[in-house]
Design a protein around this ligand. Structure first.
Ligand code: 13P
Length: 254
């Protein structure tokens, strides 16, 4: 994992428009904070991974080929009679490099299980995508001090069938921090990420949950945090710019 840039993954969820996509991308395309400083190294990663609604992926890629894109979910089967679903293979063909799987909103609103998420992650890899596999505990689990026990099971089951050498990313997003304005403390994040690092020595580890311009640098400089997954703040150009700049500061400091 040496020579990797800090990842800033923007997850627009079911928000945004084509107009905002053009504004956002134009605001960043020439910004040094978006560029891949380590492009010459053998193990390069992008700094900004943009995950708009799937309907915007093709238009974004066609207009701005250098932007690295991700889907927000994919189906576990390659193709088939699954009305309304999105296949990993078509995400790839549309220009995506990454795909988020197992987001807590998918787990909650679509009853997605760890086993299903593991299938999705495997299919994503088979189709040439890099899955960003999300895990995170509820507020009740957190308050009961059971976070690490819960995450261990969720991680083991959500990664079932993958091997640690494969290219994937894990994102820790405590459910109680998503869209609430409550961010996990640096101590909480450090504890979870050190636990994850012991399990996954070479896997990029992201934190998500109410990341903003004001807390991004602090989170990004927490040990074993390789980037952030940003929801609400990624829809606001000025705020997102500060987050990207925080990542660039971290990269130039290393
Ligand atoms: P917020 O940044 O809006 O809390 O969302 C986090 C998230 O769910 C990113 O995937």
């Amino acid at each position: 994992m040496q020579n990797t840039n800090t990842y800033i993954v923007s997850n627009w969820k079911m928000n945004g428009t084509a107009v905002l996509m053009h504004e956002m991308v134009k605001a960043f395309i020439e910004n040094p904070a978006t560029k891949n400083d380590k492009a010459q190294s053998t193990n390069t990663t992008p700094r900004w991974v943009f995950c708009p609604p799937a309907l915007l992926i093709t238009e974004t890629k066609q207009n701005y080929p250098e932007i690295i894109l991700g889907g927000q979910d994919c189906h576990q089967k390659r193709t088939g009679a699954f009305t309304g679903n999105i296949s990993a293979s078509l995400l790839k063909e549309s220009g995506a490099t990454y795909v988020i799987v197992g987001h807590s909103e998918r787990r909650h609103y679509h009853n997605e299980s760890n086993a299903l998420i593991a299938e999705k992650a495997c299919m994503a890899i088979k189709c040439g995508l890099i899955p960003i596999i999300c895990i995170g505990e509820s507020e009740e689990t957190y308050n009961n001090g059971l976070t690490l026990d819960f995450l261990k099971k969720q991680l083991d089951e959500s990664l079932c069938g993958l091997n640690k050498e494969q290219h994937f990313i894990v994102a820790y997003e405590p459910i109680w921090a998503i869209g609430t304005g409550k961010t996990a403390t640096r101590t909480d994040i450090e504890k979870v990420h050190s636990f994850l690092r012991n399990q996954l020595p070479d896997t990029p580890l992201l934190y998500g949950g109410s990341v903003t311009a004001s807390n991004a640098y602090d989170i990004l400089t927490t040990p074993n945090v390789n980037g952030v997954l940003v929801g609400g703040a990624s829809l606001k150009i000025d705020e997102f710019k500060t987050i990207l700049e925080a990542a660039r500061m971290c990269d130039t400091a290393t």
